[in-house]
Write a protein that binds this ligand. Structure first.
Ligand SMILES: N[C@@H](CCC(=O)N[C@@H](CS)C(=O)NCC(=O)O)C(=O)O
Length: 206
């Protein structure tokens, strides 16, 4: 079987959870990062005319969450127990909620509205979101969102938090996780996984 190929833009957004999950899964994969100038040519060839897509043995899988679950299933990162799988999905879906809001900020053209949306994100939405994640983790035993094992739900949350705190998303303080000890330890635990450490060292620094 040829290595899987993940095709996405060069930035984190919807691609980074998939890259972390692929890295953690241990499968062979190609990190195909498309420069924005090549996008207009590629766009009409893709199933939903959007990225990410994952190519597996000639099949082109669209939609980031479908890809994430697929990688979870083949990479032992998606619980076989339906209830635990639902908890992994809940964490992933909670990430989609905040992603929708962040997308609104990124695409807002009016500078005043953008600043207000950013303020609401940092002062209201993120603290509430983090408090809810903290509760979900506590309920699940404190370490992971789906029982006692790393899943795609943890990876989705951690990838989003990395993006929020690495300085690329303007206005989010580096102290974001100070009031969320369980979430904060989850980030450290996931980012210390040896395969993820290796991916972080090798990935393009851009
Ligand atoms: N629901 C889709 C959304 C994909 C999406 O919005 N992709 C964006 C990048 S984050 C894209 O391809 N934008 C370029 C375009 O639509 O032309 C998913 O989760 O994969």
């Amino acid at each position: 079987m040829a290595p899987m190929k993940l095709t996405y833009f060069e930035f984190a957004a919807l691609g980074e959870p998939l890259r972390l999950a692929l890295a953690q899964s241990g499968v062979e994969w190609i990190d195909n990062r498309v420069p924005s100038e090549q996008w207009p040519t590629l766009k009409p060839t893709l199933p939903y005319q959007q990225m990410p897509v994952l190519e597996v043995d000639g099949a082109v899988i669209p939609q980031s969450l479908a890809i994430l679950r697929y990688v979870g299933k083949i990479g032992n990162l998606y619980p076989t127990d339906p209830i635990q799988a639902a908890f992994a999905d809940s964490a992933t879906d909670a990430v989609s909620d905040i992603q929708g809001y962040m997308r609104g900020i990124i695409f807002e053209k009016d500078a005043d509205k953008k600043a207000q949306l950013r303020k609401d994100l940092v002062e209201t939405l993120l603290p509430t979101w983090l408090a809810n994640l903290e509760k979900a983790l506590k309920l699940a035993g404190g370490e992971y969102f789906a029982g006692d094992k790393l899943s795609i739900g943890d990876i989705a949350v951690v990838a989003r938090l990395n993006w929020l705190t690495d300085g690329t998303f303007e206005g989010v303080p580096s102290t974001l996780l100070d009031e969320s000890p369980l979430v904060s330890s989850l980030v450290q635990r996931v980012m210390a996984e040896p395969r993820i450490v290796a991916y972080m060292e090798e990935r393009p620094k851009k």
